[in-house]
Write a protein that binds this ligand. Structure first.
Ligand code: DGT
Ligand code: CA
Ligand code: CA
Ligand code: ZN
Length: 635
């Protein structure tokens, strides 16, 4: 049995456990094991033959004793006891049902036991025949929403979210790099342009191993990567395959001399390339994936780097995020391309959750993680009571929570001033909490990343000794546009984010006046994820976004770009509109754990796609004090 089959069975088991409402840690351990197996450079089955070292399996991170036993069983019998037991109750195809709106594990289990429906086609049939209406809490509304969800799912299921695509690009790059003589792997295509979803991965590879006369062995290496599910094509310098989740990957191995031309060509977009080629033709040049050439004698004008190619066409270098043929060529001619924002420009994060509601970590853990990422200030903004499933805060708890935030802030200030002393004397501090901060001095924003992309380069090490934690709240906008907490409570908060989390189906006029009313509340400082969309899974609610942005600009309410790749809300087009209207803009992670603070990189990419600069954002202000001057004044 190959790695992909083992991984698929482990993943299926995780899905079945999910439907069985098992413990989340247990579910996660199967998912992690599937990923670990998929990532191995050798076939795992060879580690479990009778004469192999029993410790070899356990040496794989993410595989403990129990999981090792599962893998031994899978290799020996093609299945394992837990999976067989779950399959007496459920079917593997139910996994896909979980991705539909309103279909949680319990609902999936119920529909199976009542109607023996286990896949999307059968579910659609049952919904259309009205069979679902007879089940508890599944009225006509549920059925309508579900049918719409099935339609959207069919439309979306061929694209992948940027963060997932980036993770796959990372994993594949690591494996390819193991071959000697490969020094550079760059994702091209829509991933390099930073689109929020990608259709397939285009990876460009170069290094000595890619020279034409010796590339064959490198091609063999790529074509035999164990994470390949189906090999689609293997050519002289190209390998195409799909992964277990059906994501297609095109890998091209190119000599150094033409790498720039290839990068330019395969980054696209198609429309940008068409416009660029027209410009080349007007100058007696021709542009293809190998070079920019003079037409009359075929001499190469530029090929090794993208910068050379743009320069030879009398254009300023155009960052990949702008290559959508939406004005970038004209700007490059006129030297008016913006200096796009980068990760290093971000100094604060104004939206995150803690274990007081649905976050995982404490106030202090979030603050220290933010410090380690070089931020100068954060706002803690937990949910309000209307969002009951998150254990949202009522007025009393919200006030107690910000009291706690202020205490942690004061404590941290004290620690930082002690740390400043230690820094002066250059001796590591004795206090263990300070050692954490001390160690974070040699910080990298996202150390696990193998793939570097433009705009999110590493930042220099620095520890902001004036770091502040701002007390805040993400308060629900109720059906009528009033806010979920008392004005007297909101008055205590530095950061009040108002967000819609319920009743997404209101008619457009109603939703618009609901959000307008929330903006009018003098305590509202930020409008959170303004359209409510979820990438590939939920359409934005109906709202006159233009009116909202105009009014927000007038009132000085900042509008958010929520950097969570699941939201990415406002989108790039709305962000451009927000700038035109003179809105203040903030990019926030909405982190629910310390790791999710890293999601800021996806936000930066979308801001860059929207042509935004450091000056267009408020949380690029260097300190909490400077930020305050950008916020709507307190009433
Ligand atoms: P995707 O994969 O749907 O998210 O979008 P892309 O932009 O990655 O498109 P893809 O994978 O079909 O092609 C990658 C790049 O290669 C594309 O952005 C431009 C270039 N390219 C591919 N086919 C053509 C073509 O027929 N003409 C031109 N000019 N460029 C092409
Ligand atoms: Ca692509
Ligand atoms: Ca492609
Ligand atoms: Zn929210």
């Amino acid at each position: 049995m190959d790695n992909i089959s083992i991984a698929r069975l482990l993943d299926e088991t995780a899905a079945l456990l999910e439907i069985d409402a098992a413990d989340t840690f247990r579910i996660r351990s199967y998912r992690r094991a599937a990923e670990a197996v998929e990532q191995q450079t050798t076939q795992v089955a060879t580690l479990v033959t009778p004469d192999s070292d029993p410790k070899a399996l356990l040496a794989i991170p993410g595989i403990g004793k129990g999981m090792a036993a599962n893998i031994v069983a899978l290799v020996a019998t093609g299945t394992m006891p837990l999976r067989e037991e779950l399959l007496t109750k459920y079917k593997p195809t139910m996994l896909e049902l979980l991705r539909l709106p309103g279909m949680g594990p319990k609902t999936v289990a119920l529909i199976w036991s009542a109607l023996q429906v286990a896949d999307i086609d059968a579910l659609e049939e049952a919904a259309k025949a009205g069979h679902l209406n007879k089940l508890p809490r599944m009225g006509e509304k549920f059925t309508t929403k579900l049918l719409k969800g099935i339609e959207d799912h069919r439309k979306n299921s061929s694209r992948f979210r940027i963060d997932q695509a980036m993770d796959h690009a990372d994993r594949i790059s690591t494996l390819i790099r193991a071959f000697p003589g490969i020094d550079e792997i760059t994702p091209a295509g829509s991933l390099r342009r930073g689109r929020e979803t990608v259709g397939d991965l285009d990876l460009l590879v170069t290094g000595p191993a890619c020279e034409a006369n010796i590339v064959a062995a490198a091609i063999e290496h790529v074509a035999s990567l164990p994470l390949i599910d189906k090999l689609i094509a293997k050519g002289q310098n190209k390998v195409s395959f799909t992964l277990r989740n059906n994501l297609q990957v095109d890998v091209r191995l190119l000599p150094r001399a033409s790498y720039g031309a290839a990068l330019q060509y395969f980054t696209g977009s198609k429309m940008h390339n068409v416009a660029l080629r027209q410009r080349a033709i007007k100058r007696g040049l021709t542009l293809n994936e190998y070079a920019l050439l003079r037409v009359e004698d075929n001499t190469i004008v530029a090929a090794a780097t993208e910068a050379d190619i743009y320069r030879a066409l009398d254009l300023d270098y155009i960052p990949p995020e702008l290559r959508e043929n939406s004005g970038e060529l004209e700007a490059a001619v006129n030297h008016t391309l913006p200096t796009l924002i980068t990760l290093a420009d971000i100094r604060g994060d104004l939206h995150m959750h803690t274990d007081a509601t649905d976050g995982r970590d404490t106030i202090l853990q979030m603050a220290e993680a933010a410090l380690a990422r070089g931020l100068s200030y954060i706002a803690i903004t937990d949910h309000s009571k209307n969002l009951a499933m998150t254990n949202g805060l009522d007025d009393t708890r919200a006030l107690a929570h910000i009291k706690r935030i202020r205490e942690v802030d004061a404590e941290l200030q004290q620690n930082l001033s002690e740390l400043a002393d230690a820094l002066m004397k250059d001796i590591p501090p004795a206090n263990p909490r300070l050692s954490i901060l001390w160690n974070s001095l040699s910080f990298r924003p996202d150390p696990e990343r193998a793939t570097r992309v433009e705009g999110v380069a590493e930042k220099p090490a620095s520890l902001p000794l004036n770091f502040r934690i701002l007390p805040g709240i993400e308060v629900d906008i109720l059906a009528d546009g009033t806010l979920d907490l008392d004005d007297s409570t909101l008055a205590q908060m530095d950061i009040v984010i108002a967000s819609v989390h319920s009743l997404f189906n209101q008619p457009v006029e109603e939703m618009t006046s609901r959000v307008l009313r929330a903006l009018e509340n003098p305590h509202t400082r930020i409008l959170g994820h303004p359209t409510g969309r979820k990438v590939l899974s939920r359409e934005p609610y109906a709202i006159h976004i233009d009116q909202i942005l105009k009014r927000a600009a007038e009132l000085g309410v900042a509008v958010e770009h929520n950097a969570s790749p699941a939201r990415s809300d406002l989108n790039d087009l709305h962000l451009r509109l927000a700038k035109q209207h003179g809105c203040k803009i903030t990019v926030n992670t909405d982190a629910h754990s310390t790791e999710e603070l890293n999601q800021i990189r996806y936000g930066i990419t979308q801001l860059r796609r929207a042509w935004l600069t450091k000056e267009d954002l408020i949380n690029t202000q260097p300190t909490a004090e400077a930020l305050r001057t950008q916020l709507r004044p307190k009433p």
